[in-house]
Design a protein around this ligand. Sequence first.
Ligand code: FO1
Length: 304
Amino acid sequence: MITVLSGGVGAARLLRALSDVMDPSELTAIVNVGDDLVLHGLTICPDLDTITYTLAGLNNDELGWGLRGETWRVMDELDALGGAAWFRLGDRDLATHLYRSQRLTEGASKTDVTRELATHHGVKVTLLPVSDDPIATEFLTEDGRLSFQEYFVQRHHDVVVSGVEITGVESARATNDVERALEQSARLVIAPSNPVISINPILQVRGVREALRARRDDVVAVSPIIQGAALKGPADRLMRELGYESSALGVVDFYGDLVGTWIIDEADAALADAIRSRGARVEVTTTIMAEPENARRLAKVVLS
Ligand code: FO1
């Protein structure tokens, strides 16, 4: 059993590649829910949905979120009404949020609904929200306190951030399934997701960081920063704004003593010795997963 701590797109690609080279039913993803939101009365879980759609082969590659071949009739109508249409929910994607929201109202947990959606789409990987309790990543910015999607989508993550807070996390519990996965998996993998806003909300849930630290030797992390830049999103800028170096070495320092083995990109090979001197093993390979062949090679290194 292999467990992957996961954000959205980068994690989804690694999970897809791992599914290609191992039995997907032996793969578990513990997924960030800090960017979940309630909008139009609907509960939306972007990272869980990105992973589900990607593993089902339904993801919209151009947008990087939502479903391929999507239509936007509901959003266009909402826009005409003067409603909140800045966070675009496609017509088919809406069905996911309607289904989830109704099931939650009936008393199902986020874990239950995630399993139901994954089963419906034929996804064999076990997808686990890190917690069934609500947690929300919020940004302290030059424009005041912003919710995740206000920062990410409304402001295009183009605003200076002085702090990131995960509200609700003090009282949130990791689910039993998450605790079991952290204890029983042969290997714990940290996906090349944004350390600050995708992985940190998972680590902040009580018990998760301690579980990784106790199993450091089995923890493998893939750096999401290559040659000082994030492939996608604001990871590099956020690292700098929060006082970390924007480099693979900065990510190593961000995770501290949780990681036994680092996988870094060939372009960062010169950093390998500095990472080793911090007490971790280092593997150097191509970590860009745009080509399926490279993604599978990375997956094999993760498993090796
Ligand atoms: N990202 C955008 O940039 N614009 C959107 O309108 C948008 C809508 C959206 C709807 C459903 C969903 O699951 C994701 C959506 N995203 C959108 C992506 C999302 O904001 C972020 O990529 C993640 O929250 C960060 O992991």
